[in-house]
Design a binder for this molecule. Structure first.
Ligand code: JBZ
Length: 239
């Protein structure tokens, strides 16, 4: 997979080259390009924004700059992802879908966003997703790209040391993950649940499933209704 990011703050994407993601790049599992949008400007001020038609606060990013940038960065098999507070919610299912893509390009907006014609023009040549990472508003798309890239790249074969981690993720079975514990057995008079030290793996798996169900019902009840038909067995329903 190749990932490209276009931004006016390329240094904001430096974390992509750290830790797990950095190791995935070093191991050739992914290729990452970060591009400064201002490299496509031609004026002395390297301007990337202008006042909005129709008035209103803030500035809008210029199509004459974004268009050539995306022309150069996008290819034949690109999916363009545009983080925006007005986008579709980014989900684990989308992360799995993106993990199958050959080439993802992330266009990071700032100010009041990118002129809509940039997205509309790109959509004439490639799949384009306008995506939000949550019901809050950031200052720009860069932080959203860091979140989405981490969620996607960790799903690629070979990236996570223990393949089981990705399979056992929160949301992998539609439920939130339950609590986790490690040594010592008692810490500040708080003990690890006995079942986890029982060695009875059938019992442990059942306990973990119950914990995940209870946590999901308590914290994200709407996820229960979204579970695929037949996901809950009679024991689950008794929880
Ligand atoms: C101007 O570019 C922005 C601004 C806010 C923002 N907020 C996002 C979010 O997913 O919450 S993406 C995004 C992009």
């Amino acid at each position: 997979m190749r990932l490209d990011v276009v931004t006016i703050f390329p240094e904001y994407l430096d974390p992509l080259r750290a830790a797990l993601l950095g190791r995935a790049i070093d191991r050739g599992l992914i290729e990452v390009g970060v591009h400064d949008l201002r490299d496509w400007t031609h004026d002395v001020h390297r301007a990337v924004d202008d006042a909005p038609y129709g008035g209103g606060p803030g500035m809008v990013m210029k199509p004459q700059i974004w268009g050539p940038a995306l022309d150069d960065v996008c290819g034949e098999n690109t999916r363009l992802v545009v983080p925006t507070p007005a986008g579709r919610p980014f989900t684990q299912a989308m992360a799995h879908q993106y993990a199958t893509e050959e080439h993802l390009v992330f266009a990071c907006g700032r100010y009041e966003g990118i002129d809509q014609r940039v997205i509309d023009d790109a959509a004439r040549r490639m799949p384009v997703d306008e995506v939000s990472i949550g019901d809050y508003v950031l200052v720009g798309g860069e932080a959203a790209v860091l979140v989405m890239v981490e969620a996607v790249v960790r799903l690629l074969p070979g990236v996570l040391g223990n393949a089981r981690s990705a399979e056992e993720d929160s949301f992998s079975d539609g439920l939130l993950e339950g609590p986790s514990y490690t040594r010592p057995e008692v810490w500040r008079d708080l003990a690890v649940p006995d079942v986890l030290r029982s060695g009875n793996h059938a019992l442990i798996d059942r306990w973990r499933r119950d914990q995940a169900l209870e946590r999901t019902v308590r914290r994200r009840p709407e996820l229960i209704g979204q579970l695929p038909e037949g996901s809950l067995d009679k024991h689950d329903l008794a929880v």
